[in-house]
Design a protein. Sequence first.
Length: 86
Amino acid sequence: MPILISERFAKAYTKLPQLIRKKVGKALRLLDEDFRRPGLRARRIEGTDGIYEARVDRGHRMTYEREGDRLIMRSVGEHDKTLGAP
């Protein structure tokens, strides 16, 4: 499944510590393989129309939209901040 990185996602990614960026890379690979993979805990964000979240680690999340056969990455960062403005 093709993954497109938005400018917003890319900007947020560059602000993350190196260790978290490495985890984001792994999560993106897993998302590419199967967005339903249990370890990602991917789910639709309540109160949104088609915006999803996926787990990077215990304290970090990334958000995305599904558009046809593509995933458009929206944001990444600390859990509460990222999900507060998906």
